[in-house]
Design a protein around this ligand. Structure first.
Ligand code: ZN
Ligand code: ZN
Length: 450
């Protein structure tokens, strides 16, 4: 590129449209001329790229990043930087940028999950409209800021090793006042968006604890789960990907800090709503905040047509893997019939096969072994959780037998008691001698003379 042919305005325009900082860095390093164009307006180009990366929630994201990096712990909402800080201090430092990239990646991944679970069950990438996405992201950054300023780090920075009970009580009261002040600075619709996100995040945490089939998570959850929201709500994406074990800061022996993360979000938030004469909880069975339109909201189960499970509570090839991420797949083992899950000869191998199989492959694979009762059932059906569980229960053992055949195992003749046999769980020789991954042809009384 010869400088005489370069249209400076055009180059600058292209730079401003780059989607992220990696692209910006590699583009300005391609030629001295482009680098020089960048150097004429570095700050505004960087800000444009930050906007392309984060979107309309950039002011909320930047506020989170700057308050966190400045360690503004346990400050009242007036002492924090505001959402207008991007206007007051428009120059983004390299620390701002590094933090923005990290948090926006996590928030975008959470938006993908939110869309998949709460808007369109067919797609793993966000199908949220711009308006819905902006609501989601603003609420997510505000919630992250709340935890960064009043959560675990604030506790650690305030902690006095020799504080007595009275001092702890007054510190807790003070903390609660600050938290309520924070939510008090937001409008009621903004608080509703945060409530919706809190419920969604709780659903993911409940999934990590083994609760799968529901859009409404249980009201109570373990201290370990509430600790995640207390530290950094955006880390819920790590829990989704790697389970609760990835939260390494968690100390099960934590003593009084538990009072600080108990009801950390909902306590002050509902208290603000009650002061405003608003119902404290999100209404059930009414339109929920953030999402304007849900794909197939009133779809019914392809098999039972039950009206208790609709739309978002239906399961098919595109969302089986939400139910059973790889680290949870072995929980499907609980759906095995009879006692075959405790079969001494195959138990370990069965669990290994499950761990090595993706949810899509496993549940999809069951359809290759369909029994006559299920002749009208298809892989592409949308099923309610009850029908899906019933289908898995009736085919899982047959599927596993198929896996054994595939790997070249010789299948011995069937035990009369099939999966119900008691002996298979305590006599290895018997478990090895006969096949138990089959229907019983005799009652499930324990065989006496095996
Ligand atoms: Zn059904
Ligand atoms: Zn047996």
């Amino acid at each position: 590129m010869h400088s005489s042919f370069v249209n400076v305005d055009l180059v600058e325009c292209v730079l401003r449209f780059l989607p992220d900082f990696q692209c910006l860095a590699s583009t300005i390093l391609t030629s001295k001329t482009i680098y020089n164009v960048f150097q004429q307006h570095p700050r505004s180009v960087v800000r444009s790229v930050a906007y392309n990366l984060v979107g309309p929630a950039l002011p909320q994201a930047l506020r989170f990043v700057r308050c966190q990096n400045a360690q503004l712990y346990s400050k009242s909402v007036d002492e924090l930087l505001g959402e207008d800080d991007i206007q007051k201090n428009p120059v983004l430092s390299s620390e701002d940028i590094t933090s923005l990239v990290a948090i926006s990646t996590a928030v975008q991944e959470l938006e993908n999950l939110f869309s998949w679970r709460m808007k369109d069950r067919r797609f793993k990438t966000s199908q949220l409209s711009l308006v819905e996405s902006t609501r989601f992201q603003k609420a997510m950054y505000r919630l992250s800021l709340f935890s960064a300023v009043y959560g675990h780090n604030a506790y650690e920075s305030n902690i006095e090793t020799d504080s007595d009970e009275e001092e702890t009580d007054s510190a807790l009261e003070e903390a609660k006042k600050l938290r309520k002040g924070f939510f008090g600075s937001l409008s009621t619709p903004e608080l509703r968006d945060i409530q919706r996100i809190e419920t969604f995040l709780r659903g993911i945490l409940a999934r990590a604890e083994g609760v799968y089939f529901t859009t409404i998570p249980p009201a109570t959850y373990s201290p370990e789960s509430s600790f995640v929201l207390y530290c950094a709500p955006h880390n819920v994406i790590d829990v989704y990907n790697g389970g609760l074990d990835c939260i390494t800061e968690w100390d099960p022996d934590t003593t009084e800090e538990i009072f600080f993360h108990d009801d950390f979000i909902n306590g002050p938030l509902t208290s603000v709503l009650v002061d405003r004469n608003e119902p404290p909880l999100l209404p059930i069975n009414q339109k929920q905040p953030i999402i304007d339109e849900i794909f197939g909201e009133h779809d019914r189960c392809s098999q039972c047509q039950s009206d208790t499970a609709q739309g978002l509570d239906l399961w098919g090839p595109s969302n089986w893997s939400y139910l059973w991420g790889n680290q949870h797949l072995y929980s499907i083992a609980q759906l095995l019939k009879g006692r075959v899950g405790a079969n001494l000869a195959d138990r370990a191998h069965f669990l290994t096969v499950l761990r090595e199989t993706l949810a899509e492959e496993l549940v999809g694979g069951l359809f290759d072994y369909k029994t006559p009762t299920y002749i009208t059932w298809n892989k592409a059906d949308w099923l309610c959780s009850q029908c899906l569980e019933k289908f898995i229960r009736d085919h899982l053992h047959i599927w596993y037998l198929g896996q054994k055949v595939k790997r070249g195992d010789l299948i011995p003749s069937n035990c009369w008691y099939g999966y119900n046999c008691r002996t298979q769980t305590h006599k290895l020789a018997h478990a090895q001698k006969l096949n138990h991954w089959c229907e019983p042809i005799k009652g499930d009384a324990p065989p006496t003379n095996f």
